[in-house]
Design a protein around this ligand. Sequence first.
Ligand code: PEP
Ligand code: CO
Length: 438
Amino acid sequence: MWDPTSWQNKPSAQNFEYPNPAKLQASVNKLAQLPPLVTAMEVSRLKEQLAKVVRGEAFLLQGGDCAESFANCRTQPITNKLKILLQMSLILIHGMRKPVVRVGRIAGQYAKPRSDATETQGKITLPSYRGDLINKPGFSQQDREPNPELMVQGYHYAAVTLNYIRALVDGGFADLQHPEYWNLDFVKHSPLAEQYQNLVHSINDTLSFIKSISGIQASSLSRVDFYTSHEALNLFYEQPLTRKADDGHYYDLSTHFPWIGMRTAQLGGAHVDYFRGIANPIAVKIGAEMPAEDLLELIDILNPTNEAGRLTLIVRLGVANVAKQLPKLIEIVKTKKKQILWSCDPMHGNTHKTESGIKTRRFDDILFELTQSFHIHREMQSHLGGVHFELTGENVTECIGGARGLSESDLSTAYETLLDPRLNYEQSLEMAMLIAQQ
Ligand code: PEP
Ligand code: CO
């Protein structure tokens, strides 16, 4: 029998210990009493929309920070993130002639898997920083000790983030008639400006055409759906926010769309066990290390009824592996007629360090993995239903390349990420324009 605590009997990769069990229990109890952040009805609506993506009737755009931080729970970063995702989605709708399902890595993307359990600076070795939900980034024993109260804080930060997003979305932020919606601040001097401007004109023409022949008012075109997602890494946070809905199913109501990270996708592991019992649409990151034989078993555990929209595979192989590995994965899914939403994360297989030790990604690698993925799916009569990016609405310099040709020496100008390098505002827009041409 599954229940929201069964995962505790399974081995967990990315394990860490809370030093004080009584304090942990107090935080878990507190979270269990608080209202959920999202509702089962919203979650089910998203699942229906993702089923449309599986059928080829819509496209999935998922993006946001690698790691959200409590300190960045501020007006501008949230507004800008929402804005870039909305603008990208519009570019995709225009190019692909399909509705776009928009999902942020937002309002809960606070827990991070780490390759190394410890970090050494000079002679001192401490536990690695695992995201604001678990410990703190400062380099002291106290900062790095897992603190369960951070889960309660994280819940509140997620709640205010989500509240602000809902207010923006409901209040007409996505209204295409608002000139500030098309604000070109960052792109003004970009080589992309003209192409972008043409696109905006074309969308505006279409809108006025629709309005004049159908009488549909702008207001009814201004409401968009926007969903949240995060890596459900810290199951002590997810468990108390897991609630039984009227339909008798358990839902993880900390977010609409939780995913299992690559490092915790082991068959028989705690994360797979937790996810098999919740009714949300769920995703799993698939890396080059995943044995093809394990994939089928994983699919059967997580989606035993083969329901379309339930399971998204976010494939992140890297430019070096995509041509060799992706066809094998697609072949298994096709042969066994599995209902899968295929998404491509072209970020995580393409991270490298510069000679001076800065983590970065090349725009061209990201684009190449994407175009290869579109191509391979098409060749195999499958289809790529979505994309997954680490991006920000700010003008950061973390990834190399793009229309403005950011180089290694530009990285230090505005390198702000807590962990992985993100596409900046302009690189994200450009990426959307390039995907729209696929
Ligand atoms: C991430 O999405 O930030 C991440 C850690 O990804 P992955 O599990 O694919 O490595
Ligand atoms: Co990341």
